[in-house]
Design a protein around this ligand. Structure first.
Ligand code: IPD
Ligand code: CA
Ligand code: CA
Length: 264
């Protein structure tokens, strides 16, 4: 299955590279305020689903751009055909394809492919996380005071800005620096690779985080919602890190968002 997932990611990556820097403004659509879409997102999703279905015609799919298919199968693929669309459409070379698979509701496989840098991040439950042929391990930083943290801004949920900014202030004051790459799958893959030491964002969807969750766990890291719970795939409050950084981040975020659990 990992071989098919890789094949699907490579096919999608080829489509993304083929059109990168070449999307006319009139071909860009707005999904909602601050949320964009182009034919490339859809073409990439089609290529991924076709590749996987040609081998596994009965599996289920949860895909961002409308390609979801429900079936009785215990296998479900969770797909973001282009994570970092705004970067992509602006010519910023930070975006990725994200493909995960669940078996009986448990995440067991994840691939994040960055075609610009030819970085194929992959993980399977119990088999470790890998970048190309190198085994990945989250960083060994002992806490926020030595950490580079990644985040995403709540641009689709600005009602949370006061709580977000309070958390930002506390984390920023305590850590080395904060980055906003603009692609959650990249944030999570880079965390699994030890490039970032922690990450938090609210408002993410299952396809943004499913593959990254497998990578982070297999690289020895922790991922949860702001209250250290398992509901992060669907409840939109995501925090991850090596275990020391994850613990500090959940303390800060759990506190500032205390009154907002179950609100998003
Ligand atoms: C987005 C990116 C971004 C995050 C957004 C996501 P998309 O995904 O991951 O970093 O801040 O919340 O929606 O729309 O580019 O696939
Ligand atoms: Ca996404
Ligand atoms: Ca997307």
């Amino acid at each position: 299955m990992i071989a098919i997932a890789k094949q699907a990611a490579l096919a999608a990556g080829e489509i993304l590279l083929q059109h990168f820097g070449n999307i006319p403004d009139e071909m860009i659509r707005r999904k909602s305020q601050n949320d964009f879409l182009s034919f490339v997102d859809e073409e990439s999703e089609r290529a991924i689903i076709e590749t996987i279905r040609s081998r596994y015609p009965r599996h289920s799919f949860l895909a961002e751009e409308g390609g979801s298919i429900e079936s009785e199968s215990p296998y479900r693929w969770i797909i973001d055909p282009l994570d970092g669309t705004k970067n992509y459409l602006s010519g910023i070379p930070v975006f990725a394809v994200s493909i995960a698979m669940e078996y009986e509701g448990k995440l067991v496989l994840g691939i994040i492919y960055d075609p610009v840098h030819n970085e194929m991040f992959r993980a399977e439950q119990g088999k470790g996380a890998w970048l190309n042929n190198v085994r990945l391990q989250v960083s060994a930083k002992s806490g926020l005071q030595e950490s580079l943290i990644a985040t995403g801004f709540p641009f689709k949920a600005k009602q949370f800005l006061p709580q977000y900014l309070k958390s930002f202030e506390e984390i920023f004051t305590r850590c080395i620096g904060i980055r906003r790459a603009g692609a959650a799958a990249i944030d999570l893959a880079w965390l699994a690779a030890g490039r970032f030491d922690g990450f938090w964002e609210l408002g993410l969807q299952p396809w943004d985080v499913a593959a990254g969750a497998v990578l982070i766990r297999e690289a020895g890291g922790k991922i949860s919602d702001f209250w250290d719970g398992e509901g992060f795939l669907f409840n939109h409050y995501l925090v991850a890190g090596n275990s020391a950084v994850h613990e500090e981040l959940t303390d800060v975020l759990g506190k500032h968002f205390k009154a907002f659990q179950n609100v998003y």
